[in-house]
Write a protein that binds this ligand. Structure first.
Ligand SMILES: CC(C)(COP(=O)(O)OP(=O)(O)OC[C@H]1O[C@@H](n2cnc3c(N)ncnc32)[C@H](O)[C@@H]1OP(=O)(O)O)[C@@H](O)C(=O)NCCC(=O)NCCS
Length: 181
């Protein structure tokens, strides 16, 4: 399982102090495109081995319908042969764009793929009019929460939700972009 090329350190060198990492342009070495229904099999194999084909197919096709209506978008990071290795989506709500269902194939974690995917989702959502972003994370996933804080998200509120494991407390983190280019 390989990316098309290794993410290059320095692609984000135009860092302006205090400018949130989430609002920076993702490295061009990480290839990202819109999700397709035909990605379902590979997403299951590479990213969500514990989910059924139908669960993933329903998620992907719902997101594709949302994209057609201008209400969101699903993106995949692809490697060699256009194989999807990571997934993430955003949904436009009246108060924010919600980023969700983020996953990176296990062998590729910790290499900046998740960061690049979030940066691209935010870039696309801003182009679609979003000015604020939220991401929900389970309380037992402090590493993901740490990543979102590093990107510039701030703890906002908690909600009791069922994300496939029964009701649990979900922390929502928020990023406001108004006034930031
Ligand atoms: C969370 C996730 C999408 C991050 O993607 P990633 O490609 O590993 O993220 P990056 O490489 O850009 O950043 C890595 C950072 O994410 C954090 N992180 C979160 N989960 C991690 C994991 N399982 N492995 C490595 N890093 C993880 C670390 O704090 C790390 O910070 P560091 O670079 O300072 O060490 C990915 O780890 C994943 O798919 N996890 C399983 C599914 C999941 O938890 N999804 C999020 C639900 S809210």
């Amino acid at each position: 399982m390989r990316l098309l090329s290794r993410p290059t350190v320095g692609d984000n060198d135009t860092v302006i102090t205090k400018y949130p990492l989430a609002l920076q342009t993702p490295p061009t070495s990480i290839h990202i495109r819109s999700v397709r229904a035909t990605d379902t099999d590979r997403l299951r194999a590479n990213c969500w081995p514990n989910r059924t084909f139908l669960t993933i197919y329903n998620l992907v096709t719902r997101t594709i319908r949302n994209a057609a209506d201008g209400r969101g978008m699903g993106l995949v990071v692809v490697g060699e042969d256009d194989v999807p290795l990571a997934y993430g989506q955003y949904t436009l709500w009246p108060t924010c764009a919600e980023i969700s269902d983020l996953v990176v194939a296990e062998p590729l974690r910790g290499q900046g793929v998740g960061t690049a995917l979030i940066q691209m989702l935010i870039k696309r959502a801003r182009a679609n009019g979003a000015a604020a972003f939220e991401i929900g994370v389970a309380m037992d996933n402090p590493r993901a929460a740490a990543l979102y804080r590093r990107l510039g998200f701030e703890d906002s509120h908690t909600v009791m939700m069922d994300l496939e494991r029964g009701k649990e407390k979900i922390l929502f983190l928020r990023l406001e972009t108004s006034g930031k280019k």
